[in-house]
Design a binder for this molecule. Structure first.
Ligand code: ATP
Length: 235
């Protein structure tokens, strides 16, 4: 693998006395699209939140472009070029669609993404730009959450459960535009419950089981049986 842009080194995570991640190692190369799969509670969200600076780590447990960033605050991680599309969208309900999108731009990072480009990706958001985000459908809110992350002009984008709770037709429309997001060299980590979806867009996969990496490899070399074993710990 070329020199990784993002690495995890024996990453642990705790919620009080409860340990959610145990010594997770991960190397992600620039431009890779990597799927993180695993059953409910395996630690996928915790992993993304740790990278995004939303959980306390030791500095050296996360390195990004050669810097130890594991102890940085979330806003500083965002400034460095890592953006999270959080589970459940987490939009500001009292703000309009456009205001929610603008929040992503607070990093001040230069890059290809602008309001116009986000509206080009999701034209419905331009039609709804002055509406409160709460008046949108779940799928449209997910588009806002993705657009907000893109407005930060990240180098790495972390997607947490982008299809959770959405109708199949909406999920398809979101996955249809993913190549436009990750196509020009953006690095992406995609947490996804739907294994087929995750494998269809990624070149490499990590499976988590009870807070540990149970399987990793190139998507096209991993069998369904491997995944079943790694996912459920059976077989
Ligand atoms: P899901 O698909 O259900 O979101 P996940 O793989 O993303 O699962 P996490 O949300 O990372 O898993 O949770 C990992 C473990 O940590 C679970 O056992 C969960 O109950 C626990 N956990 C998550 N958040 C907290 C919290 N705020 N306080 C205590 N325990 C938590």
């Amino acid at each position: 693998m070329p020199k990784p842009v993002l690495s995890l080194h024996k990453l642990d995570a705790h919620y009080g006395d409860f340990q959610a991640l145990f010594g997770v190692d991960m190397d992600i190369a620039a431009g890779e699209v990597v799927a993180i799969i695993g059953a409910n509670g395996a630690g996928k969200t915790t992993l993304l939140r740790s990278i995004a600076g939303l959980l306390k780590n030791q500095a050296a447990q996360v390195t990004y472009q050669g810097d130890a960033i594991g102890a940085l605050r979330a806003d500083l991680v965002a400034h460095k070029g890592i953006a999270l599309v959080p589970e459940g969208r987490q939009l500001f309900p009292s703000l309009s669609v456009e205001e929610n999108l603008q929040i992503g731009a607070h990093t001040g990072r230069a890059g290809p993404w602008s309001l116009d480009k986000v509206y080009g990706l999701f034209p419905i958001l331009k039609e709804r730009k002055d509406q409160a985000s709460t008046t949108l459908s779940g799928g449209q809110q997910q588009m806002v959450a993705i657009g907000r992350a893109l407005m930060a002009n990240p180098d790495v984008i972390l997607f947490d459960e982008i299809s959770l709770g959405l109708a199949p037709v909406i999920i398809k429309s979101i996955y249809d535009v993913l190549p436009n997001i990750v196509g020009d060299g953006m690095t992406a980590l995609i947490v996804e419950q739907d294994i087929s979806k995750a494998l269809s867009v990624s070149s490499r996969v990590y499976c988590l089981q009870e807070g540990r990496v149970s399987l990793t490899g190139a998507t096209n070399t991993i069998s369904r049986d491997d995944i079943t074993r790694a996912y459920f710990g059976v077989g």
